[in-house]
Design a protein around this ligand. Sequence first.
Ligand code: SF4
Ligand code: SF4
Ligand code: SF4
Length: 581
Amino acid sequence: MEMVTIKINGSDVLAPKGSTILEAARSAHIEIPTLCYLKGINEIGACRICVVEVKGARSLVAACMYPIDEGMEIRTNTPQVVDARRKTLQLILSDHNRSCLSCVRSGACELQQLCKQYKVEDERFYEGERTEFAIDKTAAHMYRDNSKCILCRRCIAACEQQAIGVIGANDRGFAASVGCAFDMGLGETSCVSCGQCIAVCPTGALSEKDYTNEVNAAIASDKVVVVQVAPAVRAGLGESFGLPIGTDVEGKLAAALRRLGFDKVFDTNFSADLTIMEEATEFLERVKGGGTLPMITSCSPGWVKYCEHYFPDLLEHLSSCKSPQQMFGAIAKSYYAQKLGIKPQDMVVVSVMPCTAKKFEIGRDDQSATGVPDVDIAITTRELARMIEQAGIKFTELPDETFDEPMGLSTGAATIFGVTGGVMEAALRTAVETLTGETLANLDFTDVRGVKGIKEAAYDVAGMKVKVAVASGLANAKELLTKVRNGEADYHFIEIMACPGGCVNGGGQPLQTAGVRNFTDIRAERAKVLYSEDKARPLRKSHENPDIQTLYKEFLGEPGGHKAHELLHTSYVKRKVNASK
Ligand code: SF4
Ligand code: SF4
Ligand code: SF4
C-alpha cells in the first residue's frame, strides 16, 4: 500500500494514498463531524457538515469524499470551516421539530451533539414556513417522524443494503421527504422490520415502538410476569451506560431485571438450547427421510418475513421451528405455568431482544401454543436501558447475579446464537454427536465464524459430506437463495440472520454514532463477548443442558415428538413484494 505524507492542521500525517481526508484525519486522532456519511453504504457527500480547507482548493471540500495525495495541506477547524458547519446546522434546524426535551434521542442525537459542539442556539432561519408531517405508526415495530428528519438518507442506504428498498426520497426541494412510494405506510409494504434504518438514523426521526409503559403496568399487576433476555443483549446493553463496546454485562443484566420487579428472570439462552434440540432433530429427519434440503434456520424473524415476501417458493426449506423467543413463551405458559399451578392467561411473558422484528413476530399467526400469545411484550435492548434509567437503577454499580431456574440454565452453544454462524455451530455440535454417536474432540467450528457476509464449509460426518452455508444481512441472503432457487447450490443446511453480523448488530441494540460506526466494527467487538462466554461455560452443547433434558423427560417427550410439535413448531405464509400480505 502506497503511503503519502500530508499535513493536517500543521502536523505531518502518514496515511494510505487515496484514503479520504476523513479517514486520514481519524488515523491522526482528529474526528471530522459527519451527518450523511456511512462508510461503504452512504458515501454521498450531501450534508456538507464535514467540510475542510485544502490549500490551493477554490472552496471548502467534503472530507468524506476527497482523496488525499502527497503534500496536501488540510485545515479542519478554521473560522471559515466552523462558520460553514454552523450555517449548515442552522439551515437544518430551520425546518426541524425541536422537541429535544421529550425526544427519544435526546442525549444520543447526532444533530443535537453537533449543535451543542458548534454553539448553534440562535433562531437565525427559524421564522417562516415549516413542513407538516404525520407520524407513520403503521409498522408493528417502529415510528417515522419526518418532522425530525434531516434528509441524510442513511436509512435509505441501510434498507437498500438489506436488499429491501421500501423507503426512498419523495418530492423535491422544500417538500422533499423520506418515506414509502405512493404515500403508503411502512406497515403496508414488504418492510421486514429489521430496524437497520433506525440503527443508522442520526436523529429521533426513526424509533422503535416503545412498550416500556406496558411492561411497567404488567409488573404492577397481579399477574406473574416473567422476563427472558436474548444472548446478544448482554453483549450490547453496557454501551447504554457508558461501558466500552464489547463489555459482557450478563450478571448486571440479571440483577437489573430483578430490581425492575420481574417475578422471574429467565434467559432466552435456555430456549436457544431447546431450539437446537428441535432443529437438529428436524435436520437429521430431513437428511435420513429425504426431506427438503437445504434446510434453512428460522430463528431470525426479519429473515423469515423476507423469505415470505421475496422467496415464497423456498418456504418449504425453512425449518418449522419457532424462534427461541417464541419457544420460551410457549414453554413458560405451559410447562412453567403448570409448575406454578396457574393458567397461561395469568402469566405475562416479556422478552428483551436486540431486534425490532421480534415486535412483529409476537403478533404472527400460529404463535399462540396455549391459546394466548406465546410472548406478550417484546422490548429492545434500548427500551430496557430506558427502563433501568427511569427506575433509578445504578447499572454499573450492580453486583453480578445469575438467572433464575428452571429456565435460566444454558450452554455455550446457546450463547453464540447471537452472532452470525452461531446457530449453525450450535446445531453442528449436536447433530454431529447425534449422527456419529461420538464425543466431538473440538467444539469450535471456526469456518462459520466471523463477520463475512457469506461463509461456506463442508464437514465429514459419519461417512457423509455435510455442506453448510451461513449468510447475514439480507443482500447476502438474497445471493445465497438465488443460487438455491436456480439449483446452483448443494448445501444441506443454511443459517440466515437478517442483520449484518447477526443479532449482536440487531436493529434494537444501543445506538452508536456514525463517528463510531465508521471506524469500529461493532459487530466483531460484540461477537467477542459471546465467544468468550461460550468458551468459559462448563457446558457447551445444547443436548447436555440438564434442564432441557428434564423438560423432555417430564413434559415434552422426545425431540420432534407430538407435544414438541404442538408447542414449538410453526407455519409460514406467502406474501407479496411491496405489500404487507
Ligand atoms: S432529533 Fe435530536 S435535535 Fe431533533 S428533537 Fe430529537 S434530540 Fe432534538
Ligand atoms: S426496518 Fe428494515 S426493511 Fe424496514 S424500512 Fe427499515 S431497513 Fe428497510
Ligand atoms: S429518517 Fe433519519 S436516517 Fe432517514 S433520512 Fe431522515 S434523518 Fe436520515
